[in-house]
Ligand binder design. Structure first.
Ligand SMILES: C[S@@+](CC[C@H](N)C(=O)[O-])C[C@H]1O[C@@H](n2cnc3c(N)ncnc32)[C@H](O)[C@@H]1O
Length: 477
């Protein structure tokens, strides 16, 4: 353990700035009462509290209603009907201050108990919030939603006792046990998830109701799921943004992780919620592989992934036949994602001895789609794709995103954009409410709209879970 440096007594000098007289610490009103400052009243006049110490306070009043220096009167500090201090105040100073008069008040025979005032502030905030919060929940969270959340919790918790013996088991036995419990649990769990998604789709348009419902879920349901690593990472967002490569990797590698068998079961429920991440990756891998294994041409291929994360589809595509020289440009704003991509892809490029090259760019797509800089960053490409960025862009932004990337394609090049599909039962409860992971879900028409006006031929594909739409736009040759 590292010890702090210390001085010997001879070097301890006191204030050291010429000041000798001690004054009890003074606190700004906003520092001591950050959320709401109490009102201060003397002789039925209201004042704004400016600052205070144990021995006195400064208050600001209107010019036409001030008390004379020397006045002694009861002083009350309160929040509504809750009094947090009552004592005798004496005006000792008066000065013009901005649009009012600032009075210095000394407390005669009394003092301000600072910890007690802090407590009064806290008590006030609590009383101000608990009751209204309860009323809001009662009013805005539908009974059907509350009932279904309780059932969902009951359902997953009811599985825990069946896993109690797992700690005595071998890894294989434990896995078989979790498989059995998961097989029984999954249909019931999915039924409830779909039921809740349907309730959500009725509430979604009401922003306040949706916010209340999310808060309710985060208080009631989310804590149960934090034992599952994928839920925890999705909710806690340790890298500071949702859907980081670590969450995606849980969906790709499908390993059992968690500190207990119950945790591993809960983790599996989260991984299953992201089945569409894997199917989307497989669709993209196959698109890449089809071009890379095309023997009709030996022309080099150039491919750019925007928001590449761990680039799992590239890694897998490199394990399939590669017949054409291919240059990948991987773009991500996060160098930690690029590190993972590079660590995984570099050995593959060495194995493929010069057929494949990988360049990584750490930049926001904003710079990439800026017409003045994109040409310097990447030359015209055969394929540009983005999995997992458009889900966060409003329609007008997403259209501009597509237009800029489309412009950067070679003739006959292809732009591929994936987005979660707007369906009534597409996992919104699990993403948005339990995991605080908000996405913009799109319909087929909205996906087609992203292609409109670009002048290419397009198709909208669907992954096998139906939760993802993939827009593919081909530029004229
Ligand atoms: C949901 S992940 C998808 C990763 C990968 N495409 C996949 O499917 O596994 C989104 C990725 O986009 C990156 N990203 C988010 N905002 C970005 C931005 N403004 N510019 C570039 N990358 C961004 C994140 O760092 C993250 O790695």
């Amino acid at each position: 353990m590292k010890r702090t440096e210390y001085k010997v007594y001879e070097d301890l000098n006191g204030a050291g700035d010429g000041r000798i007289r001690y004054r009890s610490p003074r606190f700004g009103a906003r520092d001591l009462f950050p959320i709401e400052t109490p009102s201060v009243t003397m002789m039925n006049v209201d004042f704004n509290l400016q600052d205070l110490s144990m021995t006195g306070l400064a208050i600001l009043g209107a010019n036409d209603n001030v008390l004379e220096v020397g006045t002694t009167a009861p002083l009350v500090m309160r929040y509504g009907a809750r009094t947090i201090f009552e004592g005798q105040g004496r005006i000792v100073r008066s000065e013009h201050h901005g649009g009012g008069t600032k009075l210095g008040v000394c407390l005669d025979g009394d003092y301000l108990d600072i910890p007690r005032l802090r407590e009064g502030h806290r008590e006030h905030l609590i009383s101000r919030q608990i009751v209204p919060q309860r009323l809001r929940t009662m009013r805005m969270v539908p009974d059907a939603y509350r009932r279904a959340c309780a059932d969902a919790l009951d359902l997953v918790r009811s599985c825990e006792p069946f896993l109690a013996e797992a700690s005595e088991m071998s890894r294989d036995e434990e896995k078989a046990l979790i498989d059995t419990v998961e097989a029984e649990l999954t249909p019931l769990w999915m039924e409830l998830c779909h039921e809740i998604d349907t309730v959500l789709s009725d509430v979604r348009a009401d922003t306040e109701a949706m916010a209340t419902l999310k808060q309710y879920t985060e208080r009631v349901v989310t804590p149960e799921f934090m034992i599952g690593p994928i839920w925890k990472r999705a909710y806690m967002k340790p890298l500071g943004y949702p859907g980081d490569f670590g969450v995606m990797d849980y969906a790709y590698n499908r390993r059992d992780v968690g500190s207990t068998a119950y945790g591993r079961l809960i983790h599996r429920l989260g991984v299953a919620s992201l089945d569409c991440v894997e199917t989307r990756m497989v669709m993209m891998r196959d698109i890449l592989s089809e071009e890379m294994s095309n023997t009709d041409t030996s022309a080099p291929l150039s491919i750019t992934s925007v928001g590449c994360g761990s680039s799992e589809e590239v890694r897998q595509a490199l394990r399939l036949p590669v017949m054409r020289p291919t240059h990948f440009t991987l773009v991500d704003q996060d160098d930690r994602a690029l590190n993972v991509s590079f660590e995984r892809l570099h050995p593959e490029t060495l194995r493929l001895s010069d057929t494949v090259a990988v360049d990584c760019l750490q930049t926001g797509f904003q710079r990439l789609v800026d017409p003045s800089s994109i040409g310097q960053l990447i030359p015209p490409q055969d394929i540009i794709y983005s999995l997992g960025i458009p889900d966060y862009l409003k329609q007008s932004r997403a259209k501009r995103f597509c237009r800029s990337l489309f412009r950067q394609l070679k003739p006959n090049g292809r732009l591929v954009i994936a987005n979660v599909q707007d369906l009534p039962d597409n996992g919104r409860w699990r993403a948005e409410c339990i995991s605080d992971w908000t996405l913009l879900y799109r319909t087929r028409d909205q996906m087609a709209d992203l292609a409109s006006g670009l002048g290419g031929t397009f198709e909208v594909l669907e992954d096998e879970t139906r939760n993802v739409l993939m827009l593919s736009i081909r530029k004229p040759a």
